[in-house]
Design a binder for this molecule. Structure first.
Ligand code: GDP
Length: 296
């Protein structure tokens, strides 16, 4: 995770750490290298610019040049600014409502949405002892509903029985009724994905949201797609009231561009990170831990 970015940055900071004193020019030279490292990591350009400006200003303002361990002080300033860029303190799901709490999962096909739905269901049922139900509203991909049913069996979470031919809004309505009648705490709705952001997908999502009034609308995006993931998030955020983002495939993401740009560009918090194919490979996204990992 984030290996290539981490390597680049530690190269920059090793040089600074070795110095007894730093001039303003040293700080500026280091920040030029940080800028290149972030751009190579596929962080969005305006985000990089803000970050470098902020760190430069703080580093020079803090009179790093006179500090006992100037290199370390710069690293600390970068560390704190990284945490801010990643969203500060982590944000949990908002489930403290009269049950059932509704979590709607949205995203493009192949992003890992269905797997992530099952991962969240498992986490809520095992760690938080919630009574959870999942329902697949994906009537476009023939095997999608069956895929969720099988995942439900694997994680020991109930799924709404499949009725062939039923349309998404009707399935959502049936899921809500079943959850109320059977006393479920949480209902996870796995909506259909498409290959591209298109109007049919957005209209269907909006109709489901209008019917179920979700407490959380989580967008699942593939971290490996870098800035594309951020662009997808912006498109979705313009159409539905996203409450957060789940980044998948962080296990294979050496660069980190999506993680670092997401919050600043979209204003939406990253709530979870997918870290593998297994159904327990899901972490609450913790900006402090991620920043620590990036800076080694
Ligand atoms: P969907 O079309 O968006 O519902 O995608 P799926 O949930 O079917 O996932 C597509 C593939 O991505 C599956 O093989 C998953 O196991 C895999 N996948 C999902 N999340 C992760 C993750 O965090 N890391 C890795 N390595 N694979 C993942």
């Amino acid at each position: 995770m984030f290996e290539s970015l981490s390597d680049r940055l530690s190269g920059v900071f090793d040089k600074l750490r070795g110095r007894g004193a730093l001039t303003e020019a040293d700080v500026r030279a280091a920040m030029r290298e940080v800028r290149v490292a972030l751009l190579e990591a596929d962080v969005a350009l305006p985000v990089v610019k803000d970050f470098v400006d902020k760190v430069t200003e703080r580093a020079i303002g803090a009179e790093v040049t006179r500090s006992v361990t100037p290199g370390q002080q710069v690293v600390k300033i970068v560390h704190d600014a990284l945490i801010e860029m990643l969203g500060g303190t982590g944000e949990a799901l908002e489930l403290g409502v009269t049950p059932p709490a509704v979590i709607m999962m949205v995203g493009l096909q192949g992003s890992g949405k269905t797997t992530t739905t099952a991962k969240i269901a498992k986490r809520l049922s095992e760690k938080e002892r919630k009574k959870v139900m999942m329902a697949s509203l994906d009537v476009n991909r023939p095997a999608a509903q069956e895929q969720l049913r099988i995942l439900g069996e694997q994680v020991n979470v109930a799924t709404l029985p499949i009725i062939a031919g039923q349309q998404p809004v009707d399935i959502a309505r049936r899921a809500m009724q079943a959850a109320k009648l059977q006393g479920f705490d949480v209902v996870l709705l796995d909506t259909a994905g498409r290959l591209h952001v298109d109007q049919a997908l957005m209209a269907e999502m909006q109709a489901v949201a209008a019917t179920t009034d979700p407490h959380e609308i989580l967008l699942v995006v593939d971290a490996l797609t870098g800035q594309d993931a951020v662009n997808v998030a912006q498109s979705f955020a313009g159409q539905v009231e996203l409450t957060g983002v789940v980044l998948t495939r962080l296990d294979g993401d050496a660069r980190g561009g999506a993680s670092l740009s997401m919050r600043a560009v979209t204003g939406k918090p990253i709530k979870f990170a997918g870290t593998g194919e297994k159904l327990d490979a899901l972490d609450a996204f913790d900006p402090q831990r991620v920043a620590g990992r990036i800076l080694g």
